[in-house]
Write a protein of this length. Structure first.
Length: 403
């Protein structure tokens, strides 16, 4: 227990004289703290707390000369004394420092032996962050007693590249940040080195591959990725642009064409992997497909040709999208967002001219199921949601399902 006698107060007529009996205005909030007010004789005593030492809030039930608490945040404390017929007086202010706030934003497995870990240090607890990084082990609850990195100091986001990992392993990872109070850890994240993106995947943001995190629909029991391919985060609302992600032409690999600002070409491809791999291929004429001749075997199953999803995931079938849609609370965009998948209105990209359309107005998600010369995609709007058949040159979102 850390004890602090904050001030000694004397009543001298209608004036209050105070002096510190234990001079300490800063305390580390890593143990129980005991604040004591000495030589208090009469009047109304109230302990107060503040987040900024400017706006103060009374602490409920803290009216005794002793106030004992266990800190849970950086705060300021003082005693307030009201004596009838006298002005209100206040004690010296005590500043309690606390641990930093650090979160693990996710993990992107790049290969069986390499992964990126994303971390943000949001708050320093009132004391500068001297060291930050990640730690990991294979047993759980990793700490600085295990393997760890040092990735600088201070607040903000940073990415740690882990390499030399053992393939097909389960690794427990936590981010950390240390200040004068001590070391704080993020929630634990499980890294599975058996789940990663296919070789040759081109990420639109090469420094921030889409995090491979799962979400389960409890009504269907199906496991999905919790965000679109190319998305920076799970959608916070229907028009969360950071959650829109990429726009794929049906059947194509993650070769760079899916980036929303990828260049355009009118050269149709005669192979499953176009020579102009980073180009969005325009097809203004029937059958409006980027490939000539068409190939109905693309995207068929977890081992299918050009599957853009991480290992163990695939593009869902039309039937799986229908099953998912029937579990929504409403058959429209609201039901899509309120579902476990948190789907958003990412719009699409026209196959005849490459311009974006319906962004913020509709959501379109490819399935692997073909329909004559087209393919089915799950669409939803403000008033409706259904499975539509679109031409394969269109660009739509992809949400992967676990096989």
């Amino acid at each position: 227990m850390r004890n602090l006698t904050l001030v000694t107060l004397f009543i001298l007529g209608c004036s209050l004289a105070s002096h510190s009996t234990y001079s300490q205005s800063l305390l580390f909030g890593n143990d129980t703290i005991h604040l004591q007010l000495d030589n208090f004789h009469y009047g109304t005593l109230q302990w107060e707390e503040s987040t900024d030492s400017l706006s103060w809030t009374p602490i409920l039930g803290a009216n005794d000369t002793v106030y004992t608490f266990f800190p849970e945040a950086e705060l300021y404390y003082r005693a307030k004394l009201d004596v009838p017929g006298c002005s209100t007086e206040y004690s010296e202010v005590c500043h309690v420092l606390y641990y930093p706030t650090v979160i693990n934003s996710g993990i992107a497995t790049l290969s069986p032996s390499m992964a990126d870990v994303f971390t943000s240090v949001l708050y320093d607890g009132g004391s500068p962050v001297m060291e930050r990084g990640i730690c990991w082990n294979t047993t759980g609850s990793p700490s600085l007693a295990d393997t760890f990195t040092v990735d600088g100091s201070g607040l903000g986001a940073f990415t740690t590249n882990l390499y030399g990992l053992s393939p097909n392993s389960l690794i427990y990872v936590r981010s950390y940040a240390s200040n004068s109070v001590g070391t704080a850890y993020s929630d634990e994240v499980l890294l599975n080195t058996g789940v990663y993106y296919p070789s040759g995947t081109s990420h639109c943001d090469p420094f921030n591959a889409t995090i491979i995190a799962e979400v389960v629909n409890p009504l269907t029991g199906r496991i999905w990725m919790d965000r679109n391919l190319g998305a920076a985060q799970v959608a916070t609302d229907l028009v969360d642009t950071a959650a829109y992600g990429d726009l794929y032409q049906w059947g194509r690999f993650a070769d760079g064409h899916q980036c929303r600002n990828s260049p355009l070409t009118s050269n149709l491809s005669s192979t499953d992997q176009p020579l102009d791999r980073k180009f969005f291929i325009l097809s203004p004429l029937f059958p409006l497909d980027w490939r000539s001749p068409q190939n109905d075997s693309l995207w068929q199953g977890v081992n299918g040709i050009n599957n853009p999803c991480p290992i163990g995931f695939r593009v869902p079938t039309g039937a799986e999208w229908t099953q998912e849609r029937l579990s929504w609370s409403s058959n429209n965009e609201a039901g899509a967002f309120n579902s476990p998948l948190k789907l958003s209105l990412g719009g699409g990209r026209y196959g005849n001219n490459g311009t974006l359309g319906y962004v913020g107005a509709s959501g379109g998600y490819w399935s692997s199921t073909i329909d004559a010369v087209g393919a089915f995609s799950q669409h939803f709007f403000v008033s409706n949601a259904t499975l539509y058949s679109y031409k394969r040159s269109w660009g739509f979102s992809v949400r992967c399902i676990k096989d």
